[in-house]
Every structure is written in C-alpha cells, then in structure tokens.
Design a protein around this ligand. Structure first.
Ligand SMILES: CC(C)(COP(=O)(O)OP(=O)(O)OC[C@H]1O[C@@H](n2cnc3c(N)ncnc32)[C@H](O[C@H]2O[C@H](COP(=O)(O)OP(=O)(O)OP(=O)(O)O)[C@@H](O)[C@H]2O)[C@@H]1O)[C@@H](O)C(=O)NCCC(=O)NCCS
Ligand SMILES: Nc1ncnc2[nH]cnc12
Length: 317
C-alpha cells in the first residue's frame, strides 16, 4: 500500500492519509495479520490455534467491527491537539470500540490489545512524519491521564503483571512501541530485502516478536514456563533459518504443535505484528533502515525470567 504524496490528495496541511484511509489501513493490517499462515498458536487460515473460542471468520468480523472506531479516533486526532482532552476522547472511543468488538464476537477478546495499539498509533500518525514520530506521539498519548478510565480492571494482563511483574500492552505503548519499531519492522524489511516472500517475511517478524515479548496473554495461560517455551521456540525457528527455509518451517510446525498442546497463544505478538503492518503501510517510504536488530536496546528478559540460564533443551515441556 503506497501512500500518495500530500499534493496528490489535495491535502497541504496534514501529509498523512485522511481518517477513512487510516481506518482502512488499520482494518487491513488486522485482517492481514489474521490471515497470515501458519502462525504458531494463533488463529489463522487453518483454524483457531491455541484458542477454542476463535477462528478466522471471527477475527475478520472483529477487525471490521473496529473500523468506525479507528475512523472516529483518526478524526478526533485531526481536529484536536494532543493533550488530556484528546486522551480522554480516545479512551471513550476505545472503550466503546471494545464493546462493539465484544458484541460481534459474543464476548471473546479478539482484538483488545490491537485496538489499543492501533488506536493510539492511528491518532498519532495524523501529525507524524514517520513511524518513529508516530510511536513517540502514541507514547505521549498513552501516558496522559484519563479521568474516565475505570479503576484497576481485573484484566488478564493486570493479573499477569501482578503475579509475574514485567510489562504489557500499556508499557509497550508508553515506551513508544519498541518491539514494533526496533524488532518487527527491521526484521520485516531485512527479510524482504533478502528476497523472502511477503508471507515468510511477516512470519519471521512475528517470530522475532515472540522471541522478545513479555506477552501477558502467554503469561496468563502458561506462566513464566509458558513464556519461556514461546520465546525459545520462536528463537529456534529463526536459528534454523526462519519461515522461508525447509528446516525453519519444520521447526515452526513443531512449535505450533507444542503451543496448541499447551494452549499457549502469543496474542500480544499477533497484535504488535498488526501494528507493524499498519505503520509499514502508512509510512511506506519510512526513514527507518532495515538495520541490525538492536538486541541491547531491548533487554530480552527484563524482569523475573532467568534468561541467562535458559537453553533450548530447557524449553521442552
Ligand atoms: C491498556 C489496555 C490494552 C488494557 O490492558 P490490560 O493489560 O490491562 O488488559 P488485557 O485485557 O489483558 O489486554 C491487553 C492485551 O494486549 C495484548 N498484549 C499482551 N501482552 C502485550 C505486550 N507485551 N505488548 C503489547 N500487547 C500485549 C494481548 O492481546 C492479545 O491477547 C488477546 C487474548 O487475551 P486474553 O483476554 O487474555 O484472552 P484469552 O487468553 O484467550 O482468554 P481465555 O480464553 O483464557 O479466557 C488476544 O486476542 C490478543 O489481542 C492482551 O490481551 C487497554 O485495553 C485499555 O486500557 N483500553 C482503554 C481504552 C483506551 O484508552 N483506548 C485508547 C486507544 S483507542
Ligand atoms: N491471530 C490471532 N490469534 C489469536 N489472537 C490474536 N490477537 C491478535 N491476533 C491474533
């Protein structure tokens, strides 16, 4: 999806897509992430992965149900300067969007994390020149107070954070989406530059995310041991050559089987892959280089995980 220059759209003020176009890009990113196959443990064309309450049609319907929310979010960000007023409006729109999603999915949390990430990024993209600026704008919005946010929701993410520490969807946003900017997008672009198919490049970006992320969806379902299985399993697929090679593909299918058996879903990584696809489509002439992965910038084991002592053999459950 190439972004036409501002002049071609007759828009000299805001050199980014109009709200309807941004909303379309957000929905498309969600749909493309959902369809991408085979994803370890996640819903894809083959079925529900580690989920017994989701499938591809549900994810596609959920993505479509969020279109009006993305549209309202982008429109609000266009007419309102970034500040507490906009943050509170985004909170109101985001909560209404969650309700719309839950109505369509009959109560299944398909895209709560994705709505949070893409909603903030869509709002920030309205005044950003590139993906890094958008991520920083989103971080500033995420950190602002929202008077109307319900106090301490007992979400799965909140429970996982209380039990294990570490980050989650909120910290990822407040830190300017480091896993999207420093991990997923560089991997995606390096893989494309190396001649991989688009699907293999996207799968490798997902695996890279899985190997780094403190995914509260995984922690909620499998604790620290589950997180270790996901991270080391993804790392192993990449070490075998990634999704574009026979050995990497075999390791990926092996990991998929293990995650299904253990009911481990890397849903946070799925959300962040969608966020990367969104930014990639909005800022397709991005300045960010397909450079080396910044493994120092992102500490792979930022909290209680004894990363230094792990080995691939340990990951067998
Ligand atoms: C800030 C909010 C996102 C709320 O966050 P919180 O952590 O309190 O709430 P959760 O409901 O747990 O949702 C967070 C979702 O974010 C994804 N995620 C997890 N880890 C990370 C991470 N490190 N970085 C980024 N994103 C992450 C993850 O989403 C996936 O998991 C979904 C399924 O999860 P779960 O509900 O646990 O479902 P199951 O395991 O399937 O349940 P059972 O079957 O076992 O019952 C999956 O679909 C993925 O989407 C987390 O779930 C935010 O919601 C908020 O505060 N919103 C307010 C509105 C607002 O201000 N909006 C502004 C922008 S519009
Ligand atoms: N493909 C997917 N399967 C399950 N949960 C998800 N959350 C975001 N994408 C997902």
């Amino acid at each position: 999806m190439t972004r036409p220059p501002a002049s071609a759209r007759g828009d000299a003020v805001c050199p980014v897509p109009a709200p309807a176009e941004l909303a379309g890009m957000a929905v498309r990113a969600l749909r493309e992430e959902a369809r991408l196959s085979p994803k370890p443990g996640l819903v894809d064309r083959r079925g529900g992965g580690a989920h017994d309450d989701m499938d591809l049609p549900l994810l596609l319907a959920s993505a479509e149900a969020l279109r009006p929310t993305f549209l309202s979010v982008a429109a609000a960000a266009r007419r309102t300067a970034a500040g507490v007023g906009l943050r509170e409006e985004l909170g109101r729109l985001g909560r209404a969007g969650e309700r719309a999603m839950l109505r369509v999915t009959r109560g299944v949390n398909t895209h709560r994390g994705a709505l949070w990430a893409l909603g903030l990024l869509a709002a920030a993209a309205c005044v950003a020149r590139d993906e890094r600026e958008a991520a920083h704008g989103a971080a500033r919005l995420a950190a602002l107070p929202d008077r109307w946010a319900p106090a301490a929701a007992a979400s799965h993410g909140e429970r996982a954070r209380r039990r294990y520490g570490g980050g989650g969807a909120r910290s990822e946003a407040e830190a300017a989406f480091p896993h999207v900017i420093e991990i997923a997008l560089p991997r995606l672009r390096r893989a494309r530059a190396a001649g991989l198919t688009e699907d293999a490049a996207r799968l490798d970006a997902l695996l890279e995310l899985m190997s780094f992320l403190d995914d509260t969806c995984v922690l909620h379902r499998g604790g620290l041991e589950g997180l270790r299985v996901v991270r080391l399993g993804a790392e192993r697929v990449l070490a075998e050559g990634g999704a574009g090679t026979d050995r990497g593909r075999a390791a990926l299918m092996d990991l998929d089987g293990r995650l299904r058996r253990l009911r481990l879903s890397p849903g946070g990584s799925g959300d962040l892959l969608a966020a990367a696809l969104f930014l990639d489509s909005v800022f397709s002439t991005a300045s960010s280089q397909p450079g080396l992965l910044n493994r120092v910038f992102l500490n792979r084991a930022p909290f209680t995980l004894p990363h230094g002592r792990w080995s691939h053999a340990d990951a067998e459950l």
